[in-house]
Ligand binder design. Structure first.
Ligand code: UDX
Length: 434
């Protein structure tokens, strides 16, 4: 018996494809739409355009059950579905604001198709959009291009995602909460029914509050990380380990142990972009967001602390061979967007050092930015003959490295950003915050 809703997902990046595969896994019929014909062909061939644990298997399983397909035909997607999720990108503009051009265009296109469509269709915004976007951009476009009455003839919701790269599918299927911002009760009821089997608390609220929950969540997590790094920088001067300190904080239920890992700062396609967008929005509203600005300043400076420490230990780094272990912005992803490694490698090259880099997944993406550095097949290979080693990403495989692996270095200077190495296997290394 076919169970579930007919869904369309517009935009098949991390969020869109994970949402599509996740809902298909939950038994709903999903049409993924993307203007990128290559991506569409890949998905229909049972391949995922991005590396994400479990996503490939999930896609192939859903295809076998005939619960997912991809198309570049928006009309086909909308007319064959009851609920459409907007998951197009909202990149950062030069001034730090949120670029809504894709959201603007897709809401016009969907509106045009809804003009001819029967039935009560719900449009749910899942892209990360700055507060007021759905009321000021999406709904007016849907109304104007469909000629229909919002709420009465079609529904609108904001349904932010909180998934992390590297654990996206798991986060989608086991969310801490589901937030539904609704234009009216009817829209909210439909989206609540869709999520009824997820077994997570469902928070129903207004469109603008739902948009703000997303930005405030990411900004708070970013603030926790910059706080941990600030404390970490003080601990380094005290000669104590910030992780020991954070263990003490984390036992306090009001603080929780999560997102207190000090290191080189946060990267990725979300935190930097979202905090900057909220800062920009606050300023347009005439408010000076001093805390958020400091969160970004601390984060901007943090990666360079590993270079400062390297200079302190090695002296001039000009002409030195530096092994760089880890390029991805975090483990379990091939994503290098806003990765701290970009800043660190740029600074090393600017200072005349030779870089021997290794990463289990992200070399393909990193080589596009840095074609002229040496890429090694393994961490052990990168260490050979190097004058120093910087560990930038906490890939689990780095915990397997031993003293013997580091004995191939010319000089034994080993500095880690986060906690990546195993002190039971390797002696004589240090961290920027311990
Ligand atoms: C983040 C949010 O976690 C997720 O809810 C949202 O939907 C998208 O943005 P993501 O960017 O994939 O997810 O990665 P996350 O695991 O949150 O890490 C972000 C950055 O913070 C990484 O660079 C990571 O290394 C860093 N980080 C994370 C720390 O430095 N310390 C921590 O304790 C946690």
């Amino acid at each position: 018996m076919k169970k579930g809703f007919n869904l369309s997902i517009i935009g098949t990046g991390y969020v869109g494809l994970t949402t599509g595969v996740g809902f298909a896994y939950a038994g709903h019929r999903v049409i993924c739409m993307d203007i990128d014909k290559e991506k569409v062909a890949k998905i229909n061939a049972g391949e995922t355009p991005v590396y994400e644990p479990g996503l490939l298997e999930g896609l192939r399983d859903a295809k076998k059950k005939n619960l997912i397909e991809a198309t570049d035909d928006l009309e086909y997607a909308i007319t064959n579905s009851d609920i459409t999720f907007i998951t197009v990108p909202t990149p950062e503009k030069k001034d730090g604001s949120c670029d809504l051009s894709f959201v603007e265009q897709v809401s016009k296109d969907i509106g045009r198709i809804l003009r001819e469509k029967e039935g009560y269709h719900v449009v749910a915004v899942k892209s990360t959009v700055i507060p007021e976007t759905t009321e000021r951009v999406v709904i007016p476009n849907l109304e104007e291009y469909s000629g229909k009455i919002p709420g009465e003839d079609f529904g609108v919701c904001v349904n932010p995602e909180f998934l992390r790269e590297g654990s996206a599918l798991r986060d989608f299927l086991k969310p801490d909460r589901i937030v539904i911002g609704e234009l009216n009760t009817r829209s909210g009821d439909i989206l609540e029914m869709l999520h009824r089997d997820f077994g997570a608390p469902i928070l129903r609220t207004s469109l603008k509050v739902a948009e703000m929950i997303k930005y405030a969540s990411n900004s708070f997590l970013a603030t926790k990380i910059s706080f941990a790094n600030e404390i970490g920088n003080i601990c380094k001067r005290l000669g104590i380990d910030v992780y020991e300190v954070m263990k003490g904080l984390g036992l306090d239920k009001r603080i929780s142990p999560h997102f207190l890992r000090a290191g080189l700062g946060f990267g990725g396609s979300c935190f930097p972009k979202d905090v900057n967008a909220l800062i920009h929005k606050a300023e347009t509203l005439g408010y000076e967001p001093r805390l958020l600005k400091e969160v970004m300043k601390i984060n901007q400076r943090q990666p360079y602390r590993i270079i400062d420490l390297l200079r302190k230990r090695l002296g001039s780094i000009k002409g030195r061979e530096i092994a760089v272990l880890g390029l991805a912005f975090k483990p379990d992803t091939d994503d290098i967007r806003e990765a701290v490694s970009i800043k660190v490698v740029s600074e090393l090259l600017k200072s005349g050092a030779e870089v021997r880099a290794y990463d289990p997944k992200a070399v393909f993406n990193f080589r596009k930015l840095f074609p002229n550095i040496t890429y090694c097949e393994s961490a052990r290979d990168a260490l050979k003959g190097s004058d120093a080693c910087l560990v930038l990403t906490e890939w689990p495989e780095f915990r397997e490295l031993t003293d013997e692996d580091f004995s191939s270095m010319r000089e034994r200077i080993i500095i880690e950003g986060g906690k990546a190495l195993n002190p039971n296997r390797v002696k004589g290394f240090e961290g920027i915050c311990w």
